[in-house]
Design a protein around this ligand. Structure first.
Ligand SMILES: [Zn+2]
Length: 101
């Protein structure tokens, strides 16, 4: 039964993550960092669970609450990118990429 419950916020984070990452230059977008960014964002945004059997996701998406959740998710991803990009679980990007200068 629990597989019928999904977190709407998590769906939004995955749906918006790549678009938000594209806005940044000089940050690492490897799978490790993307997972860290998604984890951080999801741990800082209040979840919004819905029952997948009843068309609730569509109702949320069309509501004022749905608009607010998108705003919350964009802010949450932005905050997560700031934290993770500054403190990646691997060497800083500048040390991973050899530059010619
Ligand atoms: Zn990385």
């Amino acid at each position: 039964m629990k597989d019928k419950l999904r977190n709407y916020v998590e769906e939004l984070v995955w749906a918006n993550l790549d678009t938000e990452l594209d806005r940044w230059k000089d940050i690492c977008t490897c799978d490790r960092c993307k997972l860290d960014i998604a984890t951080y964002a999801l741990n800082h945004i209040r979840p919004r669970y819905f029952d997948t059997t009843g068309g609730q996701a569509q109702k949320i998406s069309q509501s004022r609450e749905g608009q607010q959740l998108i705003t919350d998710v964009i802010l949450g991803i932005t905050a997560a990118i700031r934290v993770v990009a500054k403190n990646p679980h691997h060497k800083p990007l500048s040390k991973l990429i050899q530059t010619d200068d």
